[in-house]
Design a protein around this ligand. Structure first.
Ligand SMILES: Nc1ncnc2c1ncn2[C@@H]1O[C@H](COP(=O)(O)OP(=O)(O)OP(=O)(O)O)[C@@H](O)[C@H]1O
Length: 287
């Protein structure tokens, strides 16, 4: 049994998402393992972002289930929860394909805003609480410490007081990851984190993500077009094409799967069908 099936953090079961007449995701099932990096890959328009948008509550799937398993055994059915509860209760954090920071706020402020909810809870939701309660002051100190920790991990500490919009592109991408990590997620969803990075920044991103997996034990689900990132850091790769899963396995298994090769080489549909027939015949022979 694959490691991701033994101890899953996320189980996606028979998910279909339709937009009017267009089926963006078709009967998709896969599992993401706890403490592992799972990559969701596929050509443009394959349905990857739609899956992310369903996981984080931006869309509700037409049918199907997303079960998020916490370490304490609690299971959250994401498709039944509003998006703020997916973030707060199920503890799923995400970054976006296009960076969405508060550009006018400082780098540090971006990380403190991300921790707004625990701070408000500590205040008892009252102004007096904010002014007087030691509980609030402790929570505030913890929020600053956590922000500082993630600024160190992402090598952004020296830019803490600069407006986020002033950071170079690669730094902004790392800040987005720091912001998501400040919420203490069970599952971190990253939408094309390597997009627009140069090779050096890409290597640095790999190190950061592997560090998050090793040190924090955070499970990561990743959409990525950069195959050097996918092959280097993933434990498990799921491949979509036209909304359907065409392959699912370790990076080495997926890389050598003729269906994946065909999908990525952009051969015409007839050719893909031919390869599929060959594969089916081989599977038949093997039985
Ligand atoms: N809100 C929407 N309304 C209608 N169609 C949509 C919507 N969102 C996505 N789609 C369609 O669903 C399909 C899958 O899109 P999606 O963005 O999920 O693909 P993707 O694999 O993330 O692509 P890319 O790699 O280019 O980001 C596409 O045909 C897209 O046009």
């Amino acid at each position: 049994m694959a490691s991701w099936d033994k101890d899953p953090v996320l189980r996606v079961e028979h998910v279909t998402m339709r937009f009017g007449g267009l089926t963006a995701v078709k009967d998709l099932s896969f599992t993401a393992g706890r403490g592992e990096v799972t990559a969701l890959i596929g050509p443009n328009g394959a349905g990857k972002t739609t899956v992310f948008n369903c996981i984080t509550g931006f869309y509700k799937p037409t049918t199907g289930m997303f079960a998020l398993h916490h370490r304490d055994g609690a299971v959250h059915l994401l498709e039944r929860m509003p998006d703020f509860r997916i973030a707060r209760t199920a503890k799923v954090a995400r970054t976006f394909q296009n960076i969405r920071l508060f550009g006018g706020m400082t780098v540090l402020e971006n990380l403190l805003v991300a921790q707004h909810t625990p701070l408000m809870i500590a205040s008892g939701m009252t102004v007096l609480g904010i002014l007087g309660l030691s509980r609030y002051r402790n929570a505030e100190r913890e929020a600053v410490d956590r922000a500082r920790y993630w600024l160190e991990q992402t090598r952004l500490l020296d830019r803490a007081d600069d407006p986020a919009a002033d950071l170079p592109y690669g730094d902004q991408r790392r800040l987005e990851i720091a912001r998501a990590m400040c919420t203490g997620p069970e599952l971190l969803c990253l939408d094309e984190p390597a997009a627009g990075l140069n090779p050096r920044e890409s290597l640095e991103l790999n190190k950061l993500l592997l560090g998050i997996r090793e040190r924090e034990g955070t499970s990561i689900l990743l959409i990525e077009h950069d195959m050097s990132v996918v092959m280097e850091i993933s434990d498990h790769v799921v491949v979509l094409e036209y909304g359907t899963k065409i392959s699912d396995g370790t990076p080495a298994e997926v890389k050598n799967d003729p269906r994946v090769i065909a999908a990525y080489l952009g051969v015409d549909d007839e050719e893909v069908e031919k390869v599929e027939h060959q594969l089916d015949a081989m599977a038949e022979d093997a039985r």
